[in-house]
Design a protein around this ligand. Structure first.
Ligand code: ZN
Length: 83
């Protein structure tokens, strides 16, 4: 799995929805790629932040729009650049 592939699986990974073999490949990549470990941590924080932004609404938030996550990551000055 490449860094770019990992970023495309991250939402499903955090949701616990990856196929077993994909999850193994994902975690194997994480075990040797500090950049992606950092990216997963930032992504998790961005989703958490996004959920708090949406918490003003009455509706429980189960899914934060990808655009919002990307915007938060960009605002954080993420140094992550796949490939
Ligand atoms: Zn990586």
């Amino acid at each position: 799995m490449t860094c770019r592939e990992l970023t495309s699986f991250i939402a499903d990974y955090l949701a616990g929805e990856l196929q077993a073999d994909t999850r193994v490949a994902f975690e194997r990549h994480l075990s040797r790629c500090p950049n992606c470990v950092q990216y997963v941590a930032d992504y998790r924080r961005a989703v958490d932040l996004g959920q708090r932004v949406y918490a003003h609404d009455e509706e429980p938030v189960t899914d934060v729009p990808d655009d919002l996550v990307a915007a938060i990551l960009a605002a954080r000055g993420g140094k992550f650049a796949p490939d």
